[in-house]
Design a protein. Structure first.
Length: 645
């Protein structure tokens, strides 16, 4: 950063990877004017239009706003609102491109392709290639050093790297691309097709399916494998001196760990080891507890509805007559009914469609709201709870074809709870919304969107009435937010709350820790929604523990105390004896630190009626304490489950 507050990185780092050799390289940008002013020099803005975007703004103030970091406190605006909009706009633009380019591709592969093309890594590299970052204004002393380190690492790469290299991409680079994309999007009156025509060259080369196949991402493969088997993955991190340690747990059980000087590489190494473990043959009992489940191989119960309503009824609900009714049939078909023609591809599109539609709405309706308020508004309006109620209120679910015996019962249970809770439950009521209901709302929205030629404005006109009432800022202010409630509850009990977020394909996963101990997690396409879901789950879990501690469930006195249970190994041994399980076995998973200050992490395994359970303990100074920590965690997990009932 020079004296004027403009970002400066070596020009050779900026343009070495320009993707269009037949186009002349952009000339050096004008030198920023001396002194710290609150506006960007018009010469620099003109250079961005002429040499980078190849587009002339009607409102040049939008481009200026997109290039100002929040650290420029003297500026009247910054890029945060535009970055909020650009994230969703690029998401749908890339979704449209992939949906049309790969008509036979399943939604899992589409999600991987989308994640690769809108990832922080991808967009950060786009900011470097195009030179956008050189025009970016900020007052953060260390930012240029981080960008320079990343740029030089990219320069040393011999081949294209899809999933990230040796240096983590600074998020601010991706933010700049998103904010500039949003500036163009607003300037063309929210016309997504025009944005794609104008902005696509900034994102090129687009990551293709062949490139993904040649560079399989271990973390993505691990999540995909576990998702297919109905398992959840948690990758946690900590520092051991200067080394990053990443630990992979599947359904709460430790699987593998990796280490490196770089956090992302540690994560990749841990994922590779976890995949290798799943590939190794193991005894049947142990394998059953690790990744497979007998329930997964049960024969499907095919149950076709005899009185399946006509899709004309759906058109009546929507107030829209389809040109291609096969799209609507596809949108109403669950994979259990017809795996080859289910709603999953449309649901992939509908997720991005409704996200941008609601993002457009809140961005325009609340011009003074900051990014945090906009994020909460969007999260409330595109949550699983919201869309599930849309499908329920308008009767869309009853037109869906499926072959799942228990699904109708789940929906009926949810419907009854909604009737009792009323309309006020913005963040969810007493019964968790079945995701299939939200999927139906998204897939039907996508069917309309595709049928009208990917016209988002027309989709909003048709579909908005189904989303009413749209959650407003006033409604949010009158309803306690789960995250706020969680902080207040823990504060009263003298506990600290910490949220940790990471990415799973294109979804965000948020874990909640209370006093450093994992409590619950939540997931969503949107980071704020994932955080809300995690907070709700944590509140429910803490509420259950309150019931335990009140004596509503029989539980030993010694568990209602410090997290670390004294004599946990002996107590776990006694529990196993009562259940006629084999004795627990302990393993030393990690030994760290110098000889005079060793640290240990141990795990414990016990075979149960549900398979072999494995729990990893916390880092301790003695092996005995590390084993006790693992036993403590195992005991608490057993009491929170139904295995001891």
């Amino acid at each position: 950063m020079d004296a004027s507050g403009y970002a400066i990185i070596p020009q050779e780092c900026t343009y070495r990877w320009h993707y269009r050799p037949h186009r002349p390289l952009p000339p050096p940008l004008p030198v920023a004017p001396p002194g710290r002013t609150t506006v960007i020099d018009p010469c620099i803005l003109s250079a961005v239009e002429r040499d980078i975007l190849w587009y002339s703004f009607r409102d040049l103030g939008l481009l200026e706003e997109a290039l100002i970091h929040p650290s420029c406190v003297g500026s009247p605006s910054n890029y945060e609102r535009l970055e909020f909009l650009g994230d969703s706009a690029l998401g749908l633009a890339v979704t449209n491109h992939l949906y049309e380019s790969y008509p036979e591709l399943d939604p899992g592969q589409l999600s991987l392709l989308k994640a690769a093309n809108i990832s922080t890594e991808k967009l950060a590299r786009a900011a470097l290639r195009s030179g956008l970052y050189r025009c970016f204004r900020h007052n953060t002393a260390t930012l240029d050093d981080k960008v320079r380190e990343f740029a030089e690492a990219v320069k040393r790469e011999e081949n294209t790297v899809v999933h990230g290299g040796t240096v983590k991409a600074p998020k601010v680079l991706a933010d700049v691309v998103e904010s500039v994309a949003a500036a163009v999007y607003v300037d063309v009156n929210l016309n997504l097709k025009r944005l794609w025509v104008i902005f696509r060259h900034i994102l090129e080369p687009i990551v293709t399916l062949d490139e993904l196949r040649h560079q399989p991402q271990p973390v993505s493969m691990l999540y995909e494998l576990c998702q297919k088997n109905g398992k959840t993955v948690n990758i946690s991190h900590w520092l051991d001196g200067e080394k990053h340690i990443a630990r992979v747990c599947v359904d709460g059980k430790f699987i593998a760990s990796g280490s490196s000087e770089h956090r992302e590489i540690a994560k990749l190494d841990a994922a590779k080891l976890a995949l290798a473990k799943f590939a190794d043959p193991k005894p049947a009992r142990e394998r059953e507890g690790a990744i497979g489940s007998p329930e997964r191989v049960k024969k499907k119960l095919h149950r076709e509805r005899k009185n399946f309503p006509s899709i004309f009824g759906v058109e009546e609900i929507l107030g829209y007559e389809f040109r291609n009714r096969r799209l609507l049939e596809e949108a109403l078909t669950h994979s259990s009914y017809d795996e080859n023609s289910s709603y999953e591809r449309l649901e992939f599109v509908g997720d991005a469609v409704l996200e941008l539609a609601l993002t457009n709405y809140v961005y325009s309706a609340y011009p003074k709201a900051d990014q945090g308020q906009l994020s909460l508004l969007r999260a409330a309006n595109i949550s699983t709870e919201k869309f599930a109620r849309v499908a329920l209120y308008h009767g869309l679910y009853w037109f869906m074809r499926h072959s799942l015996a228990a699904l109708d019962d789940k929906v009926q249970k949810f419907a009854k709870a909604v009737e009792e809770d009323g309309d006020a439950a913005v963040y969810g009521g007493s019964v968790k919304a079945p995701k299939v209901l939200a999927d139906i709302a998204e897939s039907v929205a996508a069917a309309i969107y595709v049928d009208i030629g990917f016209d988002l404005e027309q989709l909003w006109v048709i579909f908005r009435s189904l989303l009413e009432p749209v959650v407003t800022l006033e409604v949010l202010q009158h309803q306690p937010q789960p995250v706020t409630l969680l902080y207040e509850l823990c504060q009263k009990k003298g506990k600290t709350v910490h949220f940790q977020n990471w990415k799973k394909h294109s979804r965000n996963i948020t874990s909640v820790f209370v006093d450093g101990k994992f409590v619950a997690s939540g997931s969503s396409r949107m980071k704020e929604t994932a955080k809300l879901n995690a907070a709700k789950s944590a509140l429910m879990k803490l509420s259950e523990l309150e019931h335990l501690n009140r004596g509503e469930v029989e539980i030993p006195d010694w568990i209602d105390g410090p997290f670390e249970i004294e004599g946990a190994k002996q107590k776990l041994l006694e529990l196993c004896g009562k259940k006629k399980w084999s004795y627990p076995t302990y393993s030393r998973e990690k030994e760290m630190g110098p000889t005079n200050d060793k640290k240990f992490i141990c795990s414990v395994k016990i075979p149960t009626s549900e398979g072999v359970l494995c729990m990893m303990g916390d880092e301790k100074n003695r092996i005995k304490d590390a084993e006790n920590s693992a036993a403590s965690l195992m005991i608490r997990a057993l009491y929170e489950s139904n295995l001891l009932s």
